[in-house]
Write a protein that binds this ligand. Structure first.
Ligand code: SF4
Ligand code: SF4
Length: 66
């Protein structure tokens, strides 16, 4: 296998330090990939399907394409 499938290719979205932990994005995620972390909310890259829904609902544009 010279070209292993990279799961990192699916890490399209991540939550940055701009997050104010408002919680708006969590229930909007159809893949249940968003949860509250220690300081800010986090996206589980293993669950995220790159749908982009969370990006649209975040009031402070804290979710960006990684
Ligand atoms: S891009 Fe879609 S699947 Fe991924 S965290 Fe955002 S809402 Fe969930
Ligand atoms: S909607 Fe934006 S600010 Fe609110 S918890 Fe999600 S990432 Fe953080």
């Amino acid at each position: 296998m010279t070209r292993p499938v990279s799961w990192e290719a699916n890490m399209a979205y991540k939550i940055t330090d701009e997050c104010v932990s408002c919680g708006t994005c969590e229930p909007e995620c159809p893949a249940d990939a968003i949860s509250e972390g220690e300081d800010i909310y986090v996206i589980d890259p293993a669950k995220c399907t790159d749908c982009g829904t969370c990006v649209e609902v975040c009031p402070v544009d804290a979710i960006v394409e990684g």
